[in-house]
Design a protein around this ligand. Structure first.
Ligand code: HEM
Length: 264
């Protein structure tokens, strides 16, 4: 049991997107588990409740009254009142597979699973190994030349971008357009920047992915985007919107997690 005095300097309610929270996250997690098992927090434009004890999480995840799809409950906020319809590309980002309930989640998962075959994963891991060795060799050369190297800049930030490029089978010529979109998904949701992201950057990324889908329908590649296009289960296929949403999810779920795993 940690002495509650240890938590005296923590801000309450915690702001989950603040730098202060990021710099003290383990202390906050300890405070939550010990003092606030259902902690009321600030999150982007709204509020969130963080459940931090393992047993409570298991109970919640198995409770059918608890839903993932936030369209089933009122999430409106002063900045995003519910009567303002979201642009389609924002809907596709906010309501992807990870935020869907049964039976939709199972349907999407079984189709998406067809693109993540053992064979495609094995091929991808060979390419990832080559890529990471390349990046590490360059980082080592740089540290020899300069005496030190920033691991995040030289290695961690490049990995998810390059791997997602490989997964989607995107050419180097097309990468600047895709990279703009990755930046929007990863960095575009803080402060007033949200407006530009929702009205300009995300629609541009969505159009780009749709263009890619058209091209891969014509000219299938040996990549996961082609796999998502071709996936079929009992006559059911992923709609174009669901494929775009899945690409958004892979960016959102695959980027920060990987960077933070390497640099944490
Ligand atoms: C350190 C690395 C990672 C960690 C710790 C991590 C953790 C997680 C967790 C906890 C979930 C479940 C979330 C939930 O149920 O609400 C999840 C889901 C998911 N992650 Fe990751 N992840 C990592 C890397 C990645 C990468 C690299 C990708 C893709 C390139 C990815 C794609 C996904 C997808 C698509 C889902 C949704 C699965 C579903 O809804 O069935 N993740 N991840």
């Amino acid at each position: 049991m940690t002495n509650p005095q240890t938590f005296i300097n923590l801000q309450t309610p915690p702001d989950l997107t603040s730098k202060e929270f990021a710099n003290n996250k383990y202390k906050y997690f300890e405070w939550m588990r010990q003092e606030a098992p259902v902690a009321h927090c600030k999150y982007v434009t709204g509020k969130a409740y963080v459940v931090s004890r393992y047993k409570d999480c298991v109970t919640l995840l198995n409770d059918s009254r608890v839903v993932r799809d936030n369209r089933k409950i009122d999430t409106s906020s002063p900045l995003l009142p519910s009567f303002i319809p979201l642009p389609k590309s924002s809907e596709l980002l906010l309501h992807s597979m990870i935020g869907s309930d049964e039976p939709d989640h199972k349907r999407l998962r079984s189709l998406v699973h067809q693109a993540f075959t053992r064979k495609s994963m094995a091929e991808l891991s060979d390419r990832i190994e080559k890529l990471t060795n390349n990046l590490l060799d360059k980082a080592e050369a740089k540290s020899k030349a300069q005496g030190s190297v920033n691991l995040k800049e030289a290695y961690a930030l490049s990995i998810p971008v390059n791997v997602i490029q490989e997964m989607m089978g995107i050419s180097d010529e097309d990468m600047p357009r895709f990279y703009e979109g990755i930046e929007a998904v990863i960095k575009g949701f803080s402060g007033v920047r949200i407006i530009l992201t929702m009205l300009w950057d995300l629609p541009r990324l969505s159009n780009f992915v749709r263009e890619l889908i058209d091209r891969k329908r014509e000219n299938p590649g040996n990549d996961m985007l082609t796999g998502l296009i071709q996936a079929e289960e009992e006559g059911q296929k992923l709609s174009e919107d669901e494929i775009v949403s899945m690409v958004f999810l892979i960016i959102a779920a695959g980027y920060q997690t990987t960077v933070h795993l390497i640099t944490n």
